[in-house]
Ligand binder design. Structure first.
Ligand SMILES: Nc1nc2c(c(=O)[nH]1)N[C@H]1C(S)=C(S)[C@@H](COP(=O)(O)OP(=O)(O)OC[C@H]3O[C@@H](n4cnc5c(=O)[nH]c(N)nc54)[C@H](O)[C@@H]3O)O[C@H]1N2
Ligand SMILES: Nc1nc2c(c(=O)[nH]1)N[C@H]1C(S)=C(S)[C@@H](COP(=O)(O)OP(=O)(O)OC[C@H]3O[C@@H](n4cnc5c(=O)[nH]c(N)nc54)[C@H](O)[C@@H]3O)O[C@H]1N2
Ligand code: SF4
Ligand SMILES: [Mo]
Length: 913
């Protein structure tokens, strides 16, 4: 190892299922530097904005440092004893079905393995479910129905040789950015690569699409049934494959044909242009090397499993599976969504891809775990589990690494359930989340960078997450917390693990039970069963199945031998038909879709700590079509209330043609910790897919009304404030503090007075100035300076143009001088502030200088930015951020002329920004 390399530790990114390899090093200032791992086959050294900002999110801000019992600080021994006793007592009194664990795809495989072992193996109930129920369970159900196993057959490498890529129900550009970049690079290299995006809204992913089918929400089954029908009509089926290696084709085709009497009718059902539809079908029919990528637009639906099977049907029918450059490809969301599925985190599977109802599996696992209490039937799935809590059937729940008050549908019901539940234990890294509020016991968990174990990515590749930093307080790894509780419940022998590597070894061994050759089950890690501590510590990425330990990167595809894991060894077609969900209502005429934005992760407990990530989209919003906005007299940036039968939220309107009429979209990230009322799950209904139990989070009926208020303010502080007295507020992390956007029904003067009393400023210099602006509104400006440092500042008025106050985002990070003080009280931006947030620290170049160069001088490459502005010519660490700015800055006329666009929408050529 060279001196250089020895300073960098390899680990895996904390976020999405792409599973990028990172390298981390502590720099001289004690900060964690992060770079991509060039040797990792998921990313070959590249990282997206979230991966690059990992170092900024390992601060100890807001961490849960000690166990807490009923709000009082405790120690580990007492807390573990308390949890163990309460669970044991409940089980003794009401039986094993009266307790539950609700866990997460953000646990490591080792954590997941022990928590499943405890519930299913020793408590003897199936009541352990995971947030993967909200994420991947329709895919799991679809895979099992078609293949007899939960198998993702392909590899990322398939994107390099695919000639057609269908991306459906996935905003790959924002949610799996490194895979998207890989595909984009291929698209730039290869003219013959045809990309189709299927999504009701026009997302950034469409920027590389040849065709965008903006289908009506929830009509995917009909679209793929139409495809199967077309393939049959055009004689583009692989008859040999259908005959020899599959079953159920005829019934599936009959069902498909019923959904697709002809392309005109079908195009009407789907709400797309007929020619576009035919073009998609023809390309699919004629392109052997086709990969279909799919994600939550497919899974999170009342017909999610049927959507999955409608896609897989088309791949089986054309024999396009198990071979390079082709196959259905479910991209996983969380870093260890796959690992959880492997070890049995879902309530309806046992462990290591063994199933309930299989007597032999039951016997083997009982023997392997040395238990007589192995659960005999599936437990409750997430939504049902919380219903059972609400009904008092479950009396103790332990929530780990997930924030169900924000992420489960119909949050008011979840809150009611948690309030009623006699024992709520929450293991989290963060002290104050929407969920920890309802906990009786809080257990401090180590977070990413502190914990150690393994995760599996979307292409079945197992990678190590390694410990990089010490943990704050007395935080412990999840596997340790669970094992210690298990021991105190009387299961010492089975949970006597000293190290996560021991857990991994046990799990690897379990995959080989009656499966040494990997022919009984797909999941086989026999090559890793001999790993010793050193081998585990130095483990390089391994793609399963692992026959022998992989010393070089391998690219394996399952089903290459055309053998499946069904009883007949044949793939199964599933007959599916479109379930027309009635989505018309006079009171709630719009369909609310929800999903992710590029730079935030779920409930923001981590990405919310980075000012860089917070700057991309600063406020929760609802994307709405201009005509829908007009009907409600809503203008761009107005605050609006979204209402459904379940609840309401208050967000900013973003009027856009990317949204179709009748449909609106809002991000999932903001919640009680970051905004007054912007949690979309307060609105979403809890309908689920009857096959998978996955909630239909993408289609809730709502209405939208303009929200009227009397005053607005922007407040900059160094500390987090309780702003609950105001009607609307949103928090944004900025360098060295927070920026709050506030709106209220008080007058601007009263709002200003309220702000001053909240700030409780004493002994310092107050700068204050009130004036009227061009439209005769009163503007109240205020700033408070202590020890030559700006402590807090605000601007309040009837209405503010939030963009013109962007400069406030960087003020706390700059040394206070006369020109800044002048700006604070006059609002006239000059000096350093005029160039906006500093992007290139070496050359002190601000964002406005860079965007001006892009827009006015046509600098839209990194080299030209360097030349025009000097930015990025120092240490170069700002270059990725500059690249992002180039991507985000609206193109000018000059660029439009040279950027040839091929995207079509409803048959019309579109310009893609
Ligand atoms: N930046 C970022 N990346 C993430 C995450 C994050 O929080 N932030 N989370 C990770 C996780 S856990 C997950 S599960 C993945 C999710 O990754 P994605 O599934 O790509 O993300 P979403 O934004 O939830 O939804 C995808 C798209 O489905 C579309 N859609 C809605 N309804 C329909 C429909 O009826 N049919 C079709 N075809 N499309 C529809 C939506 O418009 C949306 O653009 O992202 C992972 N990556
Ligand atoms: N409306 C709507 N709702 C959705 C979705 C949608 O598209 N629309 N998507 C759904 C999907 S796909 C998902 S995956 C979920 C995600 O929803 P959640 O799982 O609720 O979201 P996170 O913010 O990732 O929650 C993780 C929690 O675990 C903590 N944590 C992080 N690391 C660790 C650890 O190592 N140990 C422990 N003990 N705690 C840790 C974090 O601080 C945080 O509180 O949301 C679902 N909800
Ligand atoms: S693509 Fe996903 S795994 Fe890779 S760096 Fe980005 S967030 Fe991390
Ligand atoms: Mo997810």
């Amino acid at each position: 190892m060279t001196q250089e390399n020895s300073l960098w530790t390899k680990s895996t990114c904390a976020y999405c299922g792409v599973g990028c390899g990172i390298e981390a090093s502590l720099d001289a200032k004690g900060e964690l530097s992060i770079r991509g791992d060039k040797t990792h086959p998921a990313n070959f050294g590249k990282l997206c904005s979230k991966g690059l900002a990992l170092g900024e999110t390992v601060s100890h801000e807001g961490r849960l440092l000690h166990p807490m019992i009923d709000g009082v600080e405790s120690n580990w021994n007492n807390a573990l004893q308390h949890v163990a006793m309460q669970f044991s007592d409940t089980i003794e009194q009401y039986g094993p079905e009266s307790v539950a664990f609700y866990v997460s795809g953000q646990l490591l495989t080792e954590d997941y393995y022990v928590v499943n072992k405890l519930m299913k193996g020793f408590i003897g109930s199936g009541n352990i479910d995971t947030n993967s129920r909200l994420c991947m369970s329709s895919t799991v159900a679809g895979h099992k129905r078609a293949f007899g196993s939960d198998t993702v057959p392909g590899c990322y490498e398939d994107l390099d040789t695919a000639e057609m890529v269908v991306i459906t129900g996935s905003n790959l550009a924002w949610c799996h950015p490194i895979l998207f970049q890989r595909l984009k690079t291929e698209k730039e290299k290869r003219d013959n690569l045809f990309i189709v995006v299927i999504d009701p809204r026009k997302t950034d992913t469409c920027s590389i699409a040849d065709l965008h089918l903006a289908i009506r929400p929830e009509t995917d089954v009909a679209l793929f049934n139409g495809l199967l029908t077309h393939l049959a009509e055009q004689k583009k089926l692989d008859s040999d494959y259908i005959q020899s290696y599959s079953e159920g084709f005829d019934a599936a085709l009959i069902s498909a044909q019923q959904d697709a009497p002809n392309t005109k009718k079908l195009a009407d059902t789907l709400g797309v242009n007929e020619q576009d539809l035919i073009s998609f079908y023809q390309h699919f029919a004629n392109t052997k090397n086709t990969v279909t990528i799919y994600s939550q637009g497919v899974n999170q639906s009342m017909q999610g499993s049927n959507k999955v099977n409608s896609i897989i049907n088309c791949h089986i029918a054309t024999g396009r599976i198990g071979k390079p450059g082709m196959g259905p490809f479910s991209v996983t969301g969380q870093p260890n969504a796959m690992g959880g599925r492997e070890v049995g985190g879902l309530a309806n599977t046992l462990a290591a891809h063994m199933e309930f109802g299989d007597a032999q599996a039951h016997h083997m696992i009982s023997e392997f775990w040395q238990t007589e209490q192995l659960a005999t039937k599936p437990g409750l799935k997430a939504v049902d589990m919380f219903d059972a809590i609400n009904e008092g059937k479950i009396k103790a729940v332990w929530i780990m690494a997930t924030n169900p008050v924000v992420s489960l549908p119909n949050s008011n019901k979840i809150i009611a359930a948690l309030k009623k539940c006699p024992l709520v234990v929450v293991s989290d890294c963060i002290a104050k989340t929407a969920t920890t509020e309802y906990a009786n016991v809080l257990l401090p968990a180590q977070g990413w960078s502190e914990k150690s174990g393994t995760v599996t990515n979307s292409e079945r590749r197992i990678s190590r997450q390694r410990r990089l930093l010490p943990s704050p307080g007395v935080a412990k790894p999840d596997w340790w917390i669970i094992s210690e509780v298990a021991k105190r419940m009387g299961f010492s022998k089975a949970f006597n693990f000293l190290h996560e590597g021991e857990i991994f070894a046990e799990y690897a061994k379990m995959t080989t039970l009656n499966n040494e050759d990997g022919l009984t089950r797909d999941l086989n890690l026999i090559g890793l069963t001999t790993l010793d501590a050193k081998g585990y510590s130095q483990l390089t990425p391994q793609q399963w199945p692992v026959k022998t330990i992989q010393t070089e990167t391998v690219q394996q595809r399952l089903f290459a031998d055309k053998q499946f894991f069904t009883p007949s060894k044949k793939a199964q077609f599933i007959a599916v038909s479109l379930m027309e969900k009635k989505l018309d209502s006079d009171e709630y005429p719009l369909i609310l879709n929800s999903g992710r934005i590029r730079d935030h992760w779920h409930t923001m407990t981590r990405t919310g700590l980075s000012s860089r990530l917070g700057a991309h989209i600063t406020e929760p919003y609802v994307a709405i079509h201009p005509d829908d906005a007009k009907a409600q007299h809503i203008s761009d940036n107005n605050l609006v209330a979204i209402n459904s039968v379940q609840g309401a939220m208050l967000v900013r309107a973003s009027i856009t043609q990317q949204q179709k009429m009748g449909e609106v979209f809002t991000p999932i990230h903001w919640n009680k910790q970051t905004a007054k009322s912007a949690n979309v799950c307060h609105l979403t209904n809890d309908d689920t897919d009857p096959v998978s139990g996955q909630p239909a989070l993408k289609s809730t009926q709502v209405n939208i009304k303009k929200w009227h208020y009397h005053s607005e303010a922007i407040l900059l502080t160094r500390e987090i404030l309780d702003l609950s007295l105001f009607d609307y507020w949103v928090k944004q992390k900025v360098e060295k503090g927070y920026l709050y956007r506030i709106a209220d029904n008080r007058t601007p003067l009263v709002l200003s007075e309220n702000l001053q009393s909240l700030l409780k400023n004493q002994q310092g210099k107050t700068l204050q100035f009130s004036s009227t602006d061009e439209s005769q509104q009163m503007i109240y400006r205020y700033a408070f300076v202590q020890n030559q440092q700006l402590n807090n500042a605000y601007v309040a008025s009837e209405q503010l143009s939030t963009q013109s106050l962007d400069w406030l985002q960087s003020v706390l990070d700059l040394p206070l001088d006369n020109s800044i003080e002048k700006t604070l009280i006059s609002g006239i931006v000059e000096g350093k502030l005029a160039q906006g947030k500093i992007i290139c620290a070496c050359k002190q170049v601000g964002i406005n200088t860079i965007t001006n160069a892009i827009q006015e001088q046509g600098c839209y490459s990194l080299d030209s930015i360097k030349e025009c502005t000097g930015a990025g010519t120092g240490c170069g660490s700002c270059l990725p951020e500059i690249a992002t700015i180039i991507e985000d800055t609206p193109f000018t006329m000059a660029q439009q002329a040279i950027t040839k666009s091929t995207v079509t929408l409803n048959g019309v050529e579109q310009y893609t920004p």
